[in-house]
Design a protein around this ligand. Structure first.
Ligand code: KG4
Ligand code: ZN
Length: 357
């Protein structure tokens, strides 16, 4: 008798791999569960912005103490939201660096504790590659869920980093250039303070720019020809000089200064990224990190991109743990499993993040 083939067209579901991500590198305590590196089952972020705003920036001691208070409730919440328990998961991915040492240690120790208790593999992930992998996470609001295609020119722009990276494949990073002084987000934060705008500076400058003229001041652009590096300290100084030149009896033209500053940052970031995409024959451009939430940057990239552009939705641009779980997935399926004596790496350059053996 011939075998029954009537059900041949029904494929068994492919096995799902579920990773818990944990992120505490700066001032967000975050945990998330992501399936197959792409589908968010839960994504919990507790921001400490209100605690740090009165200091005008992140206060490391306050950050680590707050992480200690919230990390376990946040992890519990992420599991609850995903309707899962630890035993339903396949691995725990945690940010190993770069970041504030006292903050990184809190996430790392909690991940180690959970790994030891549950027997789940532990996977250390770079915060910077996490930002890149936010572009692989499905955005339920997007029309298309196409995966980025290699080779990719990726720009990471955050509070601590401005890096131009060539990604030739999953987990393969060649750092082409980086900032020589202030990171793009740091420049936004410092200039916001100069203009009397509240922390974090990026959203404040963006909001103030809406009513400003981006051509009111011709602020300098550091092109650093023949190099993929960036520099924003000269621009910051130019804004400071302009502020000091103003008539103290008149209100500071905050919106024009903010819009002109923002235009200068966006011009350099976009021009260099597009140039690199051409030079390295990139199939896709990827932009990630807190500053990629900036509307002027997003519009300019969309207008000037020479190949498909991937920018995560705003809620995945700033620090979160879904991106750490997503990067952890690509490491997990390549067999990475870290030891329980893994250390945090507060100054871990992306060029030194190894692909799994
Ligand atoms: O990636 P992120 O959340 O944390 C780090 O890894 O540093 O980035 C935070 C940075 C801050 O400097 C903040 O001012 C900036 O991202 N940022 C923005 C915007 N939203 C956040 N910068 C410009 N425009 C925005 N809309
Ligand atoms: Zn970040």
């Amino acid at each position: 008798m011939s075998p029954d083939t009537s059900n041949n067209d029904i494929q068994p579901n492919p096995p799902s791999t579920r990773i818990l991500g944990i992120e505490t590198s700066c001032d967000e305590t975050a945990a998330a569960v992501v399936e197959n590196g792409r589908i968010i089952l839960s994504n919990v972020v507790a921001s400490q912005i209100d605690l740090h705003a009165k200091f005008g920036g992140v206060f490391p001691e306050v950050a680590s103490r707050q992480h200690i208070k919230t990390i376990y409730p946040i992890i519990d919440q992420a599991l609850q939201d995903a309707h899962l328990i630890l035993n339903d998961l396949d691995a725990i991915a945690v940010t190993r660096g770069p970041g504030l040492p006292g903050s990184l240690v809190v996430g790392m120790n909690s991940a180690k504790g959970l790994s030891l208790g549950s027997g789940l593999p532990l996977i250390g992930v770079s915060h910077l590659e996490g930002h890149l992998y936010s572009a692989w996470v499905n955005n339920p609001d997007a029309a298309s869920q196409e995966e980025p295609m290699f080779p990719i020119i990726a720009l990471i722009v955050s509070g601590g980093h401005t890096e131009l990276v060539l990604m030739s494949d999953h987990l393969q990073y060649q750092r082409l250039g980086a900032t020589l002084d202030d990171a793009a987000g740091e420049a936004f934060d410092k200039v916001a303070r100069l203009l009397g705008l509240e922390y974090p500076g990026g959203p404040s400058i963006q909001n103030s720019s809406v009513n400003g003229n981006p051509n009111a001041y011709n602020f300098p652009r550091a092109w650093l020809e023949d190099s993929w590096d960036f520099s924003f300290s000269g621009l910051k100084t130019a804004v400071m000089r302009e502020v000091r030149k103003q008539d103290p009896h008149k209100p500071l033209p905050v919106s024009d200064l903010a819009a002109s500053f923002q235009a200068a940052v966006v011009d350099v970031l976009v021009t260099k990224t597009i140039k690199a995409a051409k030079e390295f024959n990139a199939k896709n451009i990827l932009v990630a990190g807190g500053v990629s939430a900036n509307q002027a940057l997003r519009h300019s990239l969309q207008a000037r991109a020479i190949c498909p552009l991937h920018i995560p939705p705003i809620w995945l641009c700033t620090d979160n743990a879904a991106m750490i779980a997503a990067a952890g997935y690509y490491r997990y399926i390549r067999g990475q499993q870290d030891r329980l004596d893994m250390d945090v790496l507060p100054n871990w350059p992306i060029s030194e993040v190894p692909a799994p053996a």
